[in-house]
Design a protein around this ligand. Structure first.
Ligand SMILES: [Zn+2]
Length: 668
């Protein structure tokens, strides 16, 4: 039997099987066959792509051309408008539906199924989803129009989305709009004195720049240089990232209260942390990125495999990927450390580390990432939509997702400590994490920075027990900080001017870090009074080739958020629990809070005599940041002035030292 017949036989077998494990094995055979057949292209690829993606690829190669062009089509009828993306390359048709311009929901052809251009008159199975997470099944039919640039889109849903489109089929004629599936507007802010340039450069026998990285996938980037800003010595990105936040909010002019395709990329020098290459702000929808081009220049200038331009471009594409809601490939849950995607860390590449990654690197994204970017429901991708890390696009969608066994890493112990058992409602909750090792072990200091993504904080609201009410289920949420940080490896770049801070930890000398879980991209972590359980999980890594995920779990910390005791406390809560105030505190102060509100915040801090020291310092430092003269106003402030000052500076060392002083933490 030839290989094509073997493939067809397997595909028939697959369609007749409903057992998941049998299907998986058939798909794996299919993937191997397709790989053998070299349909999947270059040997550069480190892994055999998903069987189902492979199947789509096979269909594309073996089938005649699509009767309509690939790209975006749009049409409207009776207030209902639709934007359809025809992607024959991936075998997917997807669409966003609006009613009188308001977003209703999105649909896409069934995950796993592939749209083949031949059954043009045949109904294709779809799934639909609106932003209230209502989902429905249904069908679409693409009836031929007069040319390759128009057709009639017939949609029929089993259940309505946001009350729209029920059982009756709706027919909307659509016309070709653009060959791009997505169009993104980028505003660059560039710090003066950098060698950074947006020009394209030669890479693997072609010219490449940021537009070209995304264009190949049908994503168009409209780039404008918005502003150049004066050089800064260092950008503070630790506890208070005021300056960075301020630069983004004042220079980008991106409205943050609507969903839009506008994002700001800041190319800056260096941050206060060696090895920090990029950050993504997850404030109201992933709207801003910073790439520390100066830091990259310092660390990668002597790299023989990878040019400096390529590393800066990879970091920019990586951060833009985060802004579009893409996670790290290596992280727990995704389990794709074997990927050559821009979203992997070279130093976490499981198939040979840094040098192997760069040797195979070609500015690509993985299939599941691209399917997500092009065809996921609009609100999950667009800036201002769902906050970061809310969508597990790497599972389901017919894409192969490995199951990595989670193993407790018994080299480490992780201790979570709360400075108080009860917190007045509205007061920031700041915990201390402490990582020790049974044998002396160097770890990067960023390990415990919640913004780095290795440490996860899980918060569970314990339901109130009442004999009069039915028990409500426990809900556990992962705290999502306002900023994500992306680091270089701490083991390389001996030639760099600044080395990444590492700490050799042992049983008696742990790495400590304060964890601010007050306000994140989903709002307040403790939005109601009551009892909460908090746990920390740290992803460590040993040898990724072992195909196991190594984690350390902390003890469980239980805290209680108290109800306000009187009307004054209630007034304080009304101030402290405002999202703009939460954001103000989380960023360590900014100029976007009305002066009157800053005064109210300050008054409420002053009234709270029993504030845990670090909380007072945090609150006061945010108040003092835009109004430094206030430090003289009250003795209470004066007492904490030096602490605030240190918090303003917030080098990690100062913070760690500060917290152990303030908490009076005793070594175990
Ligand atoms: Zn990253």
């Amino acid at each position: 039997m030839d290989i094509t017949s073997a493939i067809n036989q397997l595909k028939q077998k697959a369609s007749a099987t409903s057992d998941d494990s049998a299907l998986e094995s058939i798909y794996n055979d299919l993937a191997t066959l397709l790989h053998t057949k070299q349909i999947l292209g270059s040997s550069k690829q480190a892994t055999v792509p998903s069987a189902r993606t492979a199947s789509a690829e096979f269909d594309r190669v073996e089938s005649p051309l699509s009767p309509v062009e690939d790209g975006c089509f749009s049409g409207a009828l009776d207030g209902l408008s639709i934007e359809v993306r025809v992607d024959s390359k991936r075998g997917i048709v997807s669409a966003d539906i609006r009613n009188n311009r308001a977003y209703v929901g999105s649909i896409r052809t069934d995950p796993g199924a592939t749209y083949s251009p031949v059954p043009f008159l045949e109904a294709l199975g779809i799934i639909g989803e609106d932003r209230n997470y209502n989902t429905t099944k249904g069908t679409i039919t693409l009836l031929p129009g007069n040319s390759t640039k128009d057709f009639t889109f017939v949609i029929q849903l089993k259940k309505p989305l946001m009350g729209i489109l029920t059982r009756d089929p709706v027919r909307i004629p659509v016309n070709f709009k653009t060959k791009f599936f997505r169009e993104i507007n980028i505003k660059y802010i560039v710090e003066k004195g950098l060698r950074f340039t947006t020009d394209s450069f030669a890479f693997r026998q072609r010219q490449i720049n940021l537009q070209k990285v995304f264009e190949i996938y049908g994503i168009n980037l409209n780039i404008s240089i918005k502003d150049s800003i004066e050089a800064s010595s260092e950008w503070d990105t630790s506890a208070g990232f005021s300056a960075l936040y301020e630069t983004f909010t004042t220079h980008s002019n991106i409205p943050v209260d609507n969903e839009s395709w506008d994002v700001c990329i800041m190319h800056l020098g260096s941050s206060n942390e060696a090895g920090l290459l990029g950050v993504m702000f997850d404030d109201r929808g992933r709207r801003a990125l910073a790439v520390f081009a100066g830091e990259i220049e310092d660390r990668f200038r002597a790299n023989s495999i990878m040019s400096l331009e390529a590393k800066i471009l990879q970091t920019t594409a990586h951060e833009l990927g985060h802004a579009l809601n893409l996670a790290h490939r290596f992280e727990r849950g995704v389990g794709r450390a074997d990927s050559l995607s821009c979203m992997n860390y070279s130093w976490r590449f499981s198939q040979g580390g840094d040098s192997a990654y760069w040797q195979g690197f070609d500015f690509v994204f993985d299939g599941d990432e691209i399917s997500f970017l092009l065809h996921a429901p609009l609100y999950k991708i667009i800036f201002g939509g769902l906050e970061f890390h809310q969508v597990n696009y790497w599972v389901g969608n017919g894409v192969y997702s490995p199951y990595l066994k989670e193993t407790l890493d018994n080299r480490f112990t992780l201790d979570l400590h709360s400075p108080a058992q009860t917190f007045p409602f509205g007061e920031p909750v700041i915990l201390e994490a402490s990582l020790a090792a049974s044998q002396p072990q160097p770890v990067p200091a960023f390990m415990l920075d919640i913004k780095a993504g290795f440490l996860e904080i899980l918060v569970t609201k314990v339901p109130a027990v009442s004999p009069f009410a039915e028990a409500t289920p426990e809900v556990t949420t992962k705290f999502k900080p306002l900023m994500r940080k992306c680091y270089d490896s701490f083991e390389h770049h001996e030639t760099a001017k600044r080395q990444i801070e590492t700490v050799t930890i042992s049983t008696n000398s742990p790495l400590k870090q304060n964890i601010n879980v007050h306000f994140g991209s989903s709002g307040f972590a403790f939005a109601q009074p009551g009892t909460y359980r908090i746990t920390a999980i740290l992803s460590t890594y040993q040898d990724q080739r072992l195909e196991q995920e190594y984690i350390v779990k902390s003890n469980i910390v239980t805290i209680r958020i108290e109800y306000p005791h009187n009307s004054t406390e209630e007034e304080d809560v009304n101030v402290l629990m405002r999202p703009d105030v939460g954001r103000f505190i989380a960023t360590g102060g900014n100029s976007h809070l009305e002066q009157a509100e800053v005064t109210k915040l300050e008054d409420s801090v002053l009234r709270r005599k029993n504030l845990v020291g670090v909380n007072r310092a945090l609150l006061l430092s945010s108040v003092n940041n835009p109004r430094t003269s206030l430090a003289k106003r009250d003795d209470l402030i004066h007492n904490f002035k030096s602490a605030c000052h240190r918090l303003d500076e917030t080098t990690r060392k100062a913070t760690v030292k500060f917290i152990s002083e303030t908490f009076g933490v005793k070594e175990k």
